[in-house]
Design a protein around this ligand. Structure first.
Ligand code: AMP
Length: 306
């Protein structure tokens, strides 16, 4: 299996101006896998407690999601509770309960150590590091994080950054991590910590792929209805990594295309609560949305501008 993700497998309770969920399917690895599996089979490493509705995960397996690396142990599953502002631009974490993640020691299932595309989804950076150490010859290692870990595990996070190829964060996380309000300087600061590339997601304003001396920008898909931004970043990552795994590529051109697949997946994610934005979405529909980005961004007679 080429594409591997480690991350939270959670029960989310979300409050937005348009509705609420309680103990719904969520977590970085789940949102990632649902998006990525539209493009490439994906294997998940994580842990759930005895209270997790594993039947709901199994229902997703035929999409091409291998859950055999998700341990089931005694105790409570990871739970996250958040509330969004009216414009859905900011959110407040009301509660994070690590539950079984507090004593989790990820062990890769047989064969997973040969993964070529590894996404270290948002969990404790020490756990992300321990997974990275078990993978033998990855072609691309990307990781995510969030304010919770930036504040509580900064040193482990910086140690991780020295070992990954790409960091994928949102703008607030990039600012908090770097201590710089300017997003482009923040990107450069992150590049100086080790990764060769950084992707900075900016919600409804799109996302940036920053490389030394070069930046690429993709807009967000123009949606008229947004219900729940939870997991959009992970779905973006799933589209990005799923496309690269499908293409067996890690060059800049492939990464730029991968950004479009990321943006497309992010747009499905926010169209419904928890993972319901992906209901009924087909590969053909994803490809059509990706093609539409050409019209969204093309400059007529671009050569006359220069
Ligand atoms: P995103 O909206 O892309 O930032 O991802 C939100 C997802 O991250 C939710 O499904 C949560 O369950 C999960 N999450 C929230 N806080 C944490 C945390 N501290 N560690 C791991 N996963 C988290």
């Amino acid at each position: 299996m080429t594409l591997l993700v480690v991350g939270s497998v959670a029960l989310d309770s979300v409050d937005t101006p348009f509705g609420q969920t309680a103990d719904a399917l969520g977590g970085s690895a789940v949102h990632f896998a649902v998006a990525a599996s539209l493009l490439h089979p994906v294997r998940v490493v994580g842990v759930v407690g005895a209270d997790y509705p594993v039947g709901e995960l199994e229902r997703l397996a035929p999409r091409g999601i291998d859950w055999s690396g998700v341990e089931r142990v005694e105790g409570e599953s990871f739970r996250w509770r958040g509330k969004y502002s009216y414009d859905l631009q900011s959110r407040e974490t009301l509660e994070t309960r690590l539950g079984v993640f507090a004593n989790f020691h990820p062990r890769l299932p047989p064969g997973a150590e040969a993964a070529r595309y590894l996404f270290l989804g948002n969990i404790d950076p020490e756990l992300q590091l321990s997974v990275l150490e078990q993978v033998t010859a990855p072609a691309l290692v990307a990781c995510d994080t969030m304010n919770y870990w930036i504040q509580s595990k900064r040193e482990a996070l910086l140690a991780l950054l020295r070992k990954v190829d790409l960091l994928m964060v949102n703008d607030a996380e990039a600012r908090e991590l770097s201590g710089d309000w300017n997003i482009h300087r923040a990107g450069r600061w992150i590049l100086n910590q080790g990764p060769k590339r950084v992707v900075i997601k900016q919600g409804e304003y799109g996302a940036l792929l920053i490389e030394p001396g070069r930046t690429f920008a993709v807009p967000a898909w123009p949606l008229e209805e947004v219900f729940d931004p939870t997991g959009a970043g992970d779905a973006f990552a799933g589209g990005f990594m799923g496309f690269l795994a499908r293409s067996s590529a890690t060059d800049t051109d492939a990464m730029r295309r991968a950004m479009i697949y990321g943006a497309a997946m992010g747009s499905y994610s926010v169209s419904g609560f928890d993972i319901r934005g992906f209901e009924g979405v087909t590969v053909a529909e994803v490809e059509a949305r990706v093609r539409h980005f050409i019209d969204l961004t093309q400059i007529p007679a671009a050569e006359r501008i220069a």
